[in-house]
Write a protein that binds this ligand. Structure first.
Ligand SMILES: NC(=O)c1ccc[n+]([C@@H]2O[C@H](COP(=O)([O-])OP(=O)(O)OC[C@H]3O[C@@H](n4cnc5c(N)ncnc54)[C@H](OP(=O)(O)O)[C@@H]3O)[C@@H](O)[C@H]2O)c1
Length: 284
């Protein structure tokens, strides 16, 4: 079994691949797609095959999927990029990768997506059966491009597609938790962010990749304890500005997702049920 992983130089991918490699059974191999050959070296040292190319280049996609049994598409472009690039990478290239995989006889395709596809809250935990309503100014084309990629990939005939919707991912030296202050300082005190540690995102992705009989299924991944804007300040050692307490949370259920499905169907249990458990374990 050969598994192709994209986006391995990013925050999620670089922590997922070593875990995928560590859990490999005899005969299983991993291939990574990177844009810059030198950034593939650490993966080659861990025993992965390396293909160099851009996801938007169909020739690179052909090389990347040749002989592959499963794909985990982690790659995305969303950190401060123009909308055109978000569409080109997150939807168009993801769907082209799905088509290339389909043509190459790939058996399984895990699409890494985001809880932002739900858009507005529904006054309760969001479940995978809720329709997606991506939008809003904060994230530009990112949520919509990911939602369309999900939809188009799931519609591909004959390809076993599974979708993983991630929360705000943190841990293991990822600067993301500190970066959350960018928004948290403008939030209401009680406004919440749903979290997931890298170890648990990897756990969820591995379960989704390896489980039989779940073609077409979507799974939320998250921990058990969304944190408030006040907690984000405290976790980052920043004094809580008084204005936070004067604001009202515009949508208390925004991107707060249920993990009931992945628990029940795939046996997922977060290693770090809260950011505090991760802090206690020295895993921030
Ligand atoms: N981090 C989170 O909190 C979070 C939350 C929800 C969902 N997600 C999802 O998780 C996935 C990974 O996120 P991340 O935080 O790891 O993102 P990231 O740190 O920005 O990494 C993005 C990865 O995608 C690669 N990539 C971007 N454009 C590419 C292209 N044209 N061709 C080939 N590779 C390309 C990047 O390669 P380079 O290094 O060459 O740029 C990098 O490896 C994404 O699908 C994202 O939507 C993440």
């Amino acid at each position: 079994m050969l598994t192709l992983v994209t986006g391995t130089t990013g925050q999620v991918g670089r922590r997922f691949v070593p875990r995928l490699l560590a859990q490999r059974r005899p005969g299983e191999e991993v291939r990574v797609l990177v844009r810059d050959a030198s950034r593939g070296e650490p993966f080659a040292e861990l025993g992965a095959q390396v293909v160099v190319g851009d996801l938007r280049d169909s020739e690179a996609l052909g090389k990347a999927v040749a002989g592959v049994d499963a794909v985990v598409n982690v790659a995305a472009s969303f950190r401060g990029v123009p909308d055109e690039e978000a569409w080109a990478v997150n939807r168009d290239a993801a769907v082209e990768l799905g088509r290339a995989a389909q043509a190459a006889g790939v058996r399984r395709f895990v699409q890494v997506s985001t809880g932002l596809v739900y858009g507005v809250g529904r006054g309760r935990l969001l479940t995978e059966d809720d329709e997606t309503r991506p939008g809003g100014a904060m994230w530009g084309a990112y949520p919509e491009s990911k939602a369309e990629a999900e939809r188009e990939l799931l519609a591909l005939e004959g390809l076993d597609v599974r979708v993983a919707r991630l929360p705000f991912v943190y841990g293991e030296g990822d600067p993301h938790l500190a970066q959350s202050m960018m928004w948290a300082r403008n939030w209401a005190a009680t406004q919440r962010l749903q979290m997931g540690h890298h170890a648990d995102v990897a756990q969820g992705l591995l379960r989704i990749l390896h489980a039989p009989g779940i073609a077409g299924r979507i799974y939320n991944i998250a921990d058990d304890a969304p944190v408030t804007a006040v907690e984000l300040h405290q976790l980052n050692g920043v004094e809580v500005p008084a204005e936070l307490y004067t604001r009202t949370d515009p949508d208390p259920w925004l991107v707060i997702t249920s993990t009931d499905r992945i628990r029940r169907e795939l046996g997922y249990r977060p290693l770090y049920p809260s950011v505090y458990a991760a802090r206690e374990a020295g895993a921030l």
